[in-house]
Design a protein around this ligand. Structure first.
Ligand SMILES: CC(C)(COP(=O)(O)OP(=O)(O)OC[C@H]1O[C@@H](n2cnc3c(N)ncnc32)[C@H](O)[C@@H]1OP(=O)(O)O)[C@@H](O)C(=O)NCCC(=O)NCCS
Length: 427
């Protein structure tokens, strides 16, 4: 509130929380009119800039996503998830030696401590893998020798352990819930290939491993989405990285966020024998339900990651004999675009989850492991944001997040309401 004077606020009948931060700049006296002042309550912080970041950038109008200056398309085509994770954490692309050393460190950190396996074995076999992952992260914290060390270097080491171990937890729990013994990580396999090996017990062909690696790159970061904000908010209290990542996993699990991919898969399976897709889309919207995998809080055009995954889905459909599934996705997309267009909502277009779900299905990944895959990729972005938050790397100094809310509940004045003993209360 640097640039507002209380006198001006009172003149407009405003209090701090009802001022759009975009108006907080020098020279506002000339530029701002009453019509431009919006109330920022209950809009999910849309359009409210809460921090600076150097990690990633989105142009929602043009459908552009950039990590540390690099376009997502170029990274997806030419880079690898390990390289992208290094880029996000360190801010620059690694040279060959740095990449080899980072890759070695991730591989060396893959082994889970015995007590983590023991915990996983005790949990109900019906538990949701996202709950298991969220619960396992603080348990991993207990095995981190750097937990008390809050230097940047130690936080990078924690990030490496999280990136290495979260996939192992997901795959191990998947085996355990089937009554099987988890497979051991394979030193010779790169990150994505090792995950598929641990999940399925067979080594993937190089093309499938490369495709999953590309998916991990595409999901690695996305500015101040709900889960990243949750991570940053938690560590702004000086809580450790594991506490932040665990909060991020919780936020990601919701169906409006990362949980949407599992819902998309459910929709596709439900619609396998549906003949009238446009009719189904129309009825769904008439009921006030959402088409999962469409729409985005920031993109007003097609999500650039969805374009990539759509092409991958077409190729994998042919390769795996799942062309019908890919065609079904395209039919829902077309019908959705037409119906949203008729309703004047042309900005509602496929997002990352719309085509990642069928892609994962074609890789043999179960529906409830799809959101955990999002998490094992996003761990890299979360950790980069956590480090940025902890060390004030994009702005002056770290600050505890503490927004305000307007109290609209019962109020009996500053002395408080009269507390009646329980026997004197009437319903
Ligand atoms: C992601 C999402 C929450 C972003 O939406 P948003 O920008 O915050 O906007 P809102 O949720 O306020 O929606 C705005 C309007 O569009 C409608 N809308 C947005 N996405 C829709 C969808 N997928 N299906 C149907 N209607 C949708 C809302 O119902 C709302 O309609 P109204 O104005 O008549 O109430 C929303 O698009 C959505 O729920 N999508 C489906 C879930 C999903 O795929 N999530 C993953 C995101 S990566």
């Amino acid at each position: 509130m640097e640039y507002w004077s209380i006198g001006v606020l009172e003149y407009w009948g405003l209090s701090h929380h009802s001022i759009t931060p975009s108006l907080q700049h020098p020279g506002f006296f000339k530029e701002v009119t009453m019509a431009e002042v919006v109330n920022v309550k209950n809009i999910g912080l849309r359009g409210v800039t809460v921090a600076d970041t150097k990690v990633s950038f989105i142009d929602g109008e043009k459908g552009i996503l950039i990590y540390r200056g690099y376009r997502i398309e170029e990274l997806a085509e030419r880079s690898s998830f390990m390289e992208v994770a290094y880029l996000l954490l360190e801010g620059v692309l690694p040279d060959k030696k740095q990449l080899e050393s980072f890759d070695r460190a991730v591989k060396a950190a893959r082994e889970l401590p015995g007590f983590v396996y023991d915990s996983l074995k005790r949990w109900p076999k019906e538990a949701k893998p996202m709950d298991v992952l969220q619960a396992a992260v603080p348990i991993l914290a207990m095995a981190d020798p750097d937990l008390e060390d809050e230097s940047r270097e130690a936080n990078v080491r924690k990030a490496i352990r999280l990136i290495a171990r979260m996939p192992i937890v997901v795959a191990a729990y998947h085996r355990i819930r089937q009554g099987e013994t988890p497979f051991q990580p394979d030193e010779s396999l790169p990150h994505a290939a090792n995950f598929l090996w641990l999940l399925h017990g067979r080594k993937p062909d190089s093309e499938t491993a490369r495709d999953l690696d590309t998916c991990l790159t595409l999901h690695a970061d996305h500015t101040f989405n709900a889960s990243t904000f949750a991570c940053r908010e938690v560590v702004s209290t000086r809580a450790h990285m594991y506490a932040g990542v665990s909060a991020g996993i919780g936020a990601l699990s919701g169906s409006l966020h990362g949980g949407a991919n599992a819902q998309v898969m459910r929709m596709l399976l439900d619609l396998e024998s549906e003949k009238d897709i446009p009719g189904w889309v129309r009825k769904t919207l008439e009921r006030g339900d959402r088409i999962m995998g469409m729409g985005h809080a920031v993109y007003k055009t097609m999500d650039p990651r969805a374009k990539f995954l759509k092409e991958m889905g077409a190729r994998l459909g042919k390769k795996t004999g799942n062309e019908r599934l890919h065609q079904l996705s395209m039919l829902i997309e077309q019908a959705g675009l037409a119906e949203f267009g008729r309703r004047g909502k042309t900005e509602i277009q496929p997002n990352v989850d719309f085509y990642s779900a069928p892609v994962y299905h074609m890789m043999g990944i179960p529906g409830d492991i799809m959101t955990p895959i999002f998490a094992i990729s996003r761990a890299s972005g979360w950790c980069a944001h956590i480090i940025e938050e902890k060390f004030g790397e994009a702005q002056g100094k770290p600050a505890l997040y503490r927004p305000q809310a307007e109290y609209v509940g019962q109020y009996c004045g500053l002395m408080g309401c009269t507390y009646e003993g329980i026997n004197r209360r009437t319903a």
